[in-house]
Design a binder for this molecule. Sequence first.
Ligand code: FAD
Length: 612
Amino acid sequence: MSKEQGSESTVSRRQIMKEEKMAEEKEAPKKVSRREFVKGAAAVASVGALASCAPAATPGPGETAAPAATCPPAGECPTPWIPEKWDYEADVVVVGYGGAGACAAINAFDAGAEVLILEKVPSDASLGVTERPSGFTVSGGGGNSCICGGGGGWMPDDAAEAAKYARIGSWGTTPYETALAWAEAAMQNKAWFDEVGIPCTVGEPEDPEFPSFSNLQTLSIQQEPVVGKKGGGAAGFYYLDQVVQGREIPILFDSPATDLIQDPISKEILGVVANSGGTEISVKARRAVILCTGSYEYSERMKLDFLRSAPVHFYGWKWNTGDANLMCEKVGAGIWHMNVMSGRYVAWFPDYEMALGSVSPTYGIHVDKRGIRFATENPLQGGGHSYWMRSTDFDLDVPEYTRQPMFYIFDEVTRQEGGVIGRTFLAASQHQGGVLLPEALGGFPWLSDDNSAEIERGWIQKGDTIEELAEAINNHTYVAYADPNWSPFDDVTIPVHMDPAVLKETVTKYSGYAAAGEDLEFGRTRNLRPIEVPPFYAIPCWPGGANTQGGPIRNELSQVCSSDFEPIPRLYSNGECGSFWGMLYEGGGDVTEFIAFGQISGKNAAAESPWE
Ligand SMILES: Cc1cc2nc3c(=O)[nH]c(=O)nc-3n(C[C@H](O)[C@H](O)[C@H](O)COP(=O)(O)OP(=O)(O)OC[C@H]3O[C@@H](n4cnc5c(N)ncnc54)[C@H](O)[C@@H]3O)c2cc1C
C-alpha cells in the first residue's frame, strides 16, 4: 500500500467500501460464471454510475461550475472517486483481449488471482479467425495478435546482449533495466509455453534487422493441423484462448474500458469504468488493472500528431484506437514511443478503411513523386520493419512529403508473375497473416493473381512507355486521407507532377544496373532485373503497416509510469499498449514482448495486496 495507508481518508474509504460491499452482496451475484460473462455483456442489468460527487460538466467561459445535483454539503463526501456500486469485481482486471491480455490474464490467474477480462469488441468479432480455411474458432477478441504473422516471436539466448540491442533500438528511450527485464523473461518464453501446454518449437536463429545482435532464435507455435501453413498469430492466439478458456477466466466482451478509477490521494488505481453493451459499468480491481488495449493505429488524430509521416495507413485491428493513452493521461501516466511503428509501404485506397497489405518489390523499384529512386527497395536489406522511415523526407520549399505517395514501378513480366499488392517477401505477413477478414472487420476481397482486377479498378496506373506511365501517374487523383477532418489540405487528395523524362532516366539507369548485376546507386542485391517489357505499371504507396508501438510508459515491473518513471500504483500494462520497443522495431519483437511482459505484469499484478 502507499504511504497514505491508514490515513483518515483511506480508513473512511474502507468503511464506506465495507458498507457498500454488504449492500452489494444483497443485490449482485457474488460470482458470475465465465459463460455468463461471455454472453451477458450486453445484458448488464444493474448499472453503477460514478458517485454523485464527481464534478459536474465543465463550465463554459464565464460560467461557474454547478455542483452535482445530489452532492452532499461541502466536505462531507470523503470518497468521490468510488462508484456508488460495483457491477463486477476481481483481483486483477485485464483490459483488452489480444495476445497481451491473454498472457497477462493467464499469468495472473496462475499466480492465484481471480481475473476478469474486458474486451472492446463483441465476441463474434473474431470472425476473421473462424473464417479461415481451416475453420477453427476462438471465443472472441484476438486483436492484432490473432491476425499477425508471428505466433511465438523469438527468444534471445543472452539477456545482457539482447537488452543492449533493445536499448540501442529504442535509441536510449527504454531504460536498460526495462530492456533487461524483458530479455530475461523472453528467455523463459518457451518454458512458459511448455508450462501452460502450448505446443511450440525453437527454430534456427534468424538475422536481426540491424547489426550488433545475432541471437534471435525463432519460437514457432505448432500450426498443423490447426491453421494450415499461414498466419502464426492465428495459431498463437488460438492456443492462448484455449488456455484462458481452460482456466474459465471470464471475459466481458463488447465492453470497452473508458476510464480508470483512481484514488486521488494515494493515486492507486481501484478499478475501471467500461461501456458494456451501451451501459456504463464499474469494475472493481482489488489488486490491480493491466492495460492491454493495443496501440493507436486507428486513431487518425494520434497518427497525425505523433507519427513522423502523414498520412499513414494500417492493416491491423481497427479497434486499436489508443484508448489507454486517453485513460492514462487522466491518471498521471506519461506516454512514450508514440513516434514508432512497425511498417513499410502499403497499398491503401479509400474503398477500404484498412490498407490492403505491404507493397514490397519483387522486381520493381520505388520512386518518389518526382520519379527519383531513393533507397534499396527491399526492406529486408534496408530497414525491415522500419522501412517506413524512408517516407519522412520533407521538401520545405513546397512544402510537401516527397515520398507521399511513393510509386512502385514494374513491368509486364512482373505483372504476370503474381499479385503485387500485399505480396510480401514473407508469406506469413501476406494479407493480415493470411487471414481472410470479412468486410465487417475491415477486410477486403482477395486480390487478383495477375493484378488485372486492380488495374481495372484504377488502383494501378498503366502506360505503354515509361513516359506514358508518368503521364498516367500525373493524371490520376490520389486520395490520401479517409477522413476529410484530418486532412491538412482543403480536400483529401494529393497532386503529383512527375517529369516523364526523370522517370525514364531513373528506370533506364536502374535497368542498366540490374542487367549488370550490380546496383551502383543503392547496393540492392535482391531481385535485380531490368524493367523493360511494356506495358509499365505504377502503384501509389503510403507508409503504413501492422501497428504503432506508442502508449503509456512501462517500467521493468511492467508498471505504468509517469513521465519521470514514477509508477502509478496498481496499474500495469502489456503488449503494444506502450511497447518497450522504441525507434527501431525488430520484427517478431511484439509477440516476444507480450509473452515476456505477460509473465511480468500478470505475476506482479497478482502479487499486489488487495486494497480492501
Ligand atoms: C498483419 C500483422 C502482422 C504482424 N506480424 C507480426 C509478427 O510476425 N511478429 C510480431 O511479433 N508481431 C507482429 N505483428 C504485431 C503484433 O501482432 C502486435 O503488436 C501484437 O499482437 C499486439 O498484441 P496486443 O495484445 O498488445 O494487442 P492486440 O492483439 O491488438 O489486442 C488489443 C486488444 O485490445 C482491445 N481493446 C482496444 N481498446 C480497448 C478498450 N478501450 N477496452 C477493452 N479492450 C480494448 C482490442 O479490441 C484488441 O482485442 C503483426 C501485426 C499485424 C497487424
